[in-house]
Structure formats: C-alpha cells, structure tokens
Design a binder for this molecule. Sequence first.
Ligand SMILES: Cc1ncc(COP(=O)(O)O)c(C=O)c1O
Length: 386
Amino acid sequence: MTGKLSQVGTTIFTIVSRRAQELNALNLGQGFPDYDIDPRLSELVAEAMRAGHNQYAPMEGLMTLRERIAARLLAVYGRRVDPESEITITLGGTEAIYSAIQAAAGAGDEVIAFDPAYDSYEPAVQLAGARCVRLPLAQPGFRYDWERVRAALNARTRLILFNSPHNPACTTASSADLDALAELIGGHDITVLSDEVYEHVVFDGGRHHSVLTHPALAPRSFAVFSFGKTLHATGLRVGYCVAPAALTRELRKVHQFNTFSIATPLQHAIAAYLAEQPDWGRGLAAFFQAKRDRLRRALAASGFALPPAEGTYFQLLDFSAFSTGDDMGFAERLLTEARVATIPLSPFYADPPHLSFVRLCIAKRDPTLDEAAVRLNAFAQRLKAA
Ligand SMILES: Cc1ncc(COP(=O)(O)O)c(C=O)c1O
C-alpha cells in the first residue's frame, strides 16, 4: 500500500531524542521540560480518578474547565468568549490544529504556512486533501513578507496558519503583523488558524498579540492553546481551541470522530488546579526568561552568536563563526562530539535555505542548562583550536 503520508518519515524530534538517549547526550532538542510538574497537579489527577471521574467526558470538554478558560481569556485579553459554543477541549494543541485544518480545508483548497513551520501543519493539510503553500519568513530575523503573502493569495486560498510566539524562530508577531494579515484577507473567504501555544512566554516585558484581541481577526480565527506548555506537562495532552460559534461547530464535527473527548480525570484535575491558581500562566514569562538569560550569559563568550529570543521556550544558536556547513551536519557534530542534542531548522522548511542555526530548548533544569553550556563552550574551544 502507498500510504497517504508516504513521503513523511519519523520526525526530527523523535530521531534526535532517540539518539540523545543512545549517546547519553544532554537533550536540548525536543521541547519538553526535564523537571517535575507541580505535585499539587499530580494530587488533583489522583483525586479526580479516586472520585470516579473515569468515564467519557462531554465531547466539547468539561464545562467547568471551559468556564475557567473563558474567565482567564477575559482577564488576559479582555475578550468575552462563550464557553458553551466557542471553546473546545482538545488532545493538546496538536489535535486542535489537526481538527481545525480538517474542518476548514479540503480537496482543491490551498493553505498557507510560513517556514520554518511547526512540523504537524503540512501533514494535516495533506490529509485534508488540500495543498500546503509554504512561504519562508524573511531573513534576517524571520520576519513576515506581507507582499509575498498577498502575491500567494488566490481564489483557492482557504486557510492561513499563523504562529506567535513562533517555534522555532523565537520571534513574536507585532500588532502591525496582525493588522497586515487582517487587511490581506479582508473581503476573502479565508480563515486563520493561530497557533498560540506559547501565549504566556513573551520576554522583556513584551505583550502577546492574540488574534482574539483583534477585531477583524477574532471573528474568523481558530486560536489554539496548550496546557502542556502552560502547566509544564507536555504529557498530559490537553489543549483547547477558541473560535466563533460557526467555526467551533465545524471543528467539533471533526473532533467528535477524531478523539471524541479528552481524558476526564485530567480535565477535572486541570479545572481544579486552575481554580486554585486564578492567575495561571502569569509567572511563565519570568520563569523562562531567567532560563533564557542564564543560558545566554553562560554562552556569551563561546563564539556562538545568540539571536534575540523574544518568546517561546527555545533559544537559537548561530554557529556561522565556526562552520559554513549545513545545520543538519552541525547538529550531528553537536550531538556526537559535544554530546548536546539540538534541533536543526532545515526540517521545518519545505525548501530549506542555507541556515546556520540550531534550536536549543530552555525548558530544562538550571543544572541541565549549565552543563549544556559547559559542553558547548568546550566544543567551541576545540573548534577554535583546530
Ligand atoms: C508551535 C507549536 N504548536 C503546537 C504544538 C503542540 O502542542 P501540544 O504538545 O499541546 O500538542 C507545539 C509543541 O511543541 C508547538 O511548538
């Protein structure tokens, strides 16, 4: 059989994590914390199971959880969202992205994604039978080229995949970017899928510009969020999608036959946890900024350049001072010679340009970051001496 995704292999994240384990390397590759979740959250999961919350949850998600999300959206973004008709609990951000794409795009449609693009976008578009049009963000600094987007729009364009804070570029979209996007799609039958899983991780006092706050974008956008990122618990696989009622109705038609409903005890536990922490998400920027700064300080004299990281839980490492080779080769050397696993950027592109960056995950314990810096500094010293 020729599978529908026959051209897709194992993701770079899985490959790097597997090899990091085999080589006993520090894994700054895949984006997940290496520290424990809040023990209170674990207790609440156990309590929810003991209390008998172990059967199917409502397809749309537990109402108490959706109400907590709505309250927080009002507090953070000043946006009143109806938990009944506009919020759906999904299996992580990944399912929200997948189900929204299936709902919005089909055969003959085009979906625009910006490269470097998160790896689940294009396969989801292909499974919908649509064509993914990949437009590179402009260098330096991975910026939107809105004229290029305008030139790519046509009558088949159905959906635009937008991501801020951006993985792996570590950039954040400005309010001018949102205005430009809104202006471009005005008058067209185009929906936006805004991947905002790092909404709380914006550094240096910056603000996250959510599509939910944009008067022209909010009525035509799916906004995707993840408790995996917000609660340092990527394994819980609970996320949510916020969209106007008409879009949510279509999303739920896919969701109900895709995952149907999300783990009941986890939804109870998360709802109870959020009730105990009404300011959830608030400390994340400071928490990750301290880690970003710690790693940047430790690598300041290494010879690697460190492009600005405005958000997400990643930091790019620019190795152009040491090598003119490609990022796949340099990541391999970092893995085998420095024993630090990183993620090259090429796999995030349909047509990779020559880029001298690898991505480091900063969602790690301080000793892990310190040890990674020791190894990277030592490797840089060896390269300088060679
Ligand atoms: C940009 C982006 N979108 C979506 C996801 C998926 O989120 P989740 O783990 O909740 O499925 C990730 C996870 O790394 C991500 O980086």
